[in-house]
Design a protein around this ligand. Structure first.
Ligand code: SF4
Ligand code: SF4
Ligand code: FES
Length: 240
């Protein structure tokens, strides 16, 4: 059985250090398996967050050799290194060890109204064609892991930037034919800390474990936001 050394940032913002742990690794062993191994066999104090172990709950994202990944779906042997450094997600308030505070992330998400907005009260089902569904379907796969924000050079340096996950969520609902809240969202994302802060470097899309393309969504959102701003500028009656 192979061995890999994990260097883990341990402690709190006030006092921390990198601690090393040697872990036995087989084909298929994931980073999350290694974290449980350490906690169960070497260091009971190691703090990390996880739940589903199958890339569904979104709670286990951490920095792995300086790149954000979901620990449960990252197999150690695919990294191809004998020494692997684990750190808390970049761009978030650090709490301790590998645990960060997601409050701001979810506040940003909530600010774009990530749900269907209706002005009427329709009875029965709101039907969609496969083509209408295809416009936003990939974005429904988001597990809110926050890896995209940790990969974004703008988000890690500007805590007020809405970030790729929230902006992709805004696009997801704006692209949904059943929704009537597009202008409410565009008023939020057209802000200086919204879609215009994105410079389309695409690190967010590269980091996404669900193969979602938040960078692409943000560029489409910019087109919508430009139309929204033009209508407002020329007083063409933008309705919420
Ligand atoms: S494309 Fe935009 S949101 Fe994505 S990493 Fe680059 S700057 Fe950040
Ligand atoms: S877009 Fe991808 S990386 Fe970002 S929160 Fe959703 S699943 Fe995670
Ligand atoms: S433990 Fe749920 S996504 Fe990794």
């Amino acid at each position: 059985m192979d061995k890999v050394i994990f260097r883990i940032k341990k402690g709190t913002p006030e006092k921390w250090e990198y601690k090393e742990y040697e872990i036995p690794v087989e084909n298929g062993t994931t980073i999350l398996d290694a974290l449980y191994y350490i906690r169960d066999n070497i260091d009971r104090t190691l703090s990390f967050r996880a739940s589903c172990r199958m890339e569904v709950c979104g709670s286990c994202a951490i920095m792995v050799n300086n790149f954000p990944r979901t620990a449960c779906s990252t197999q150690i042997k695919t990294i191809g290194k004998k020494v692997i450094t684990l750190e808390p997600l970049a761009g978030y308030k650090w709490i301790r060890d590998l645990v960060v505070d997601f409050d701001e992330f979810f506040k940003k998400h909530e600010s774009v109204k990530p749900y269907l907005v209706r002005k009427d009260n329709p009875e029965g089902q709101l039907l969609q064609s496969p083509e209408q569904l295809a416009k936003y379907k990939q974005f429904t796969l988001c597990i809110k892991c926050g890896a995209c924000l940790a990969a974004c050079p703008v988000a890690v340096s500007d805590p007020f930037y809405l970030g790729p996950a929230a902006l992709a969520a805004a696009y997801r609902f704006n692209a949904d034919s059943r929704d009537q809240g597009k202008n409410l969202r565009l008023a939020v994302v057209s802000d200086a800390e919204g879609c215009w802060r994105c410079h389309f470097s695409s690190e967010c899309s590269e980091a996404c474990p669900k193969d979602i393309d938040p960078a692409g969504a943000i560029q489409k959102l910019k087109v919508q936001a430009a139309g929204y701003e033009l209508k407002r500028f020329f007083h063409l009656g933008v309705k919420d």
